[in-house]
Design a binder for this molecule. Structure first.
Ligand code: GRG
Length: 304
């Protein structure tokens, strides 16, 4: 319930364990201060602070605490992951990619600032993510910081997000997208960054290699689960709201889990992925694992 409240109220990440109501500031807001040149920093902040669910940073902090360290050790990583996520959304919405006018109910970055600034805002967020992680991580030895940087870099590059996006773009309008290809796209576009968030949190939290590999498996399952649930929501929302924007998902050619395996089987598959993720947590202390346990259930049951 605590986590559900955090997501639905869009609580800034620094507030996660702020039980006394003290030190109320948002790490992300502070990471990108409004400064000259104003236009680029405004554009970066517009999307970064636009009310995303912040699933990735919260996973990162929960994973750090799972293996025994304070969330502060992973705060820079948590912010960096959200910067990378935001840049991928800004670029994904561009006319040369998905060409979307709205994101989270607001005009997309390029609709407000223009294509040129939106490209630069994405580039600047990507670069700042790595600078922030490298220079603002506190209380962690350099080997672990380098390992976290490397996790994030491989999640983003030509074998990560970019791989998922290029295969997705190349599949547009084609009828040859089978379950294997769909899984490839989702693993790369969605699961890789969730994996980097969770693994990075555990690495910076001082986890040993066994612990890190367990949370990696947890992350791979919830990463795919995230997308299977997204596809299911597209169908169920489309059915509820046929004729509104969501209806286009039902009518489009885009391959989704419900389309390729049927809605019932897609829901079963989501249940299997949830069970697999939760299994990996059994190895850890139940109290420490509770946040990741509830986050997995939140991802399985979310409505947006
Ligand atoms: C990394 C250099 C570089 C380029 C990016 C554009 C691109 C290449 C990749 C696209 C990646 C993409 C848009 C994946 C979709 C991921 C996804 C599930 C988004 C929705 O995530 P939520 O629901 O969003 O967490 P909120 O709005 O809550 O933040």
């Amino acid at each position: 319930n605590q986590f559900h409240a955090i997501f639905t109220q869009r609580v800034p990440i620094r507030h996660l364990h702020d039980r006394k109501g003290e030190t109320r500031y948002d790490a992300l807001e502070q990471a990108v201060p409004l400064q000259e040149p104003l236009k680029i920093h405004e554009a970066m902040r517009y999307s970064l602070l636009a009310g995303g669910k912040r699933v990735r940073p919260i996973l990162c902090l929960a994973s750090c605490e799972l293996v025994g360290r304070m969330e502060a050790c992973a705060m820079a990583m948590a912010s960096a992951v959200e910067m990378v996520h935001t840049m991928s959304l800004i670029h994904d919405d561009l006319p040369c990619m998905d060409n979307d006018d709205l994101r989270r109910g607001k005009p997309t970055n390029h609709m407000v600032y223009g294509d040129d600034t939106a490209v630069l805002a994405g580039d600047a967020l990507l670069s700042l993510a790595f600078e922030h992680l490298a220079t603002r991580t506190v209380g962690v030895g350099p080997n672990r910081v380098v390992q976290a940087i490397s996790e994030l870099a491989s999640a983003v590059g030509s074998l990560g997000l970019v791989a998922g996006q290029i295969v997705d773009l190349s599949s547009e309008g084609k009828q040859d997208v089978d379950l294997n290809k769909l899984e490839y796209i989702h693993v790369h576009k969605t699961a890789k960054l969730l994996e980097a968030a969770v693994v990075g949190g555990a690495v910076l939290g001082g986890g040993n290699s066994g612990e890190v590999e367990r949370v990696r498996k947890y992350a791979k399952s919830i990463g795919l689960l995230f997308q299977v649930v997204d596809d299911i929501l597209d169908v169920t929302k489309s059915t509820e709201e046929l004729g509104k924007t969501a209806g286009k998902d039902l009518l489009s050619d885009k391959a989704t889990y419900p389309k390729l395996m049927g809605l019932g089987r897609a829901k079963e598959f989501a249940g299997e992925l949830l069970a697999k993720a939760v299994d990996e947590l059994a190895f850890f202390d139940a109290g420490r694992a509770a946040p990741l346990y509830h986050l997995a259930h939140y991802i399985a049951c979310r409505q947006n």
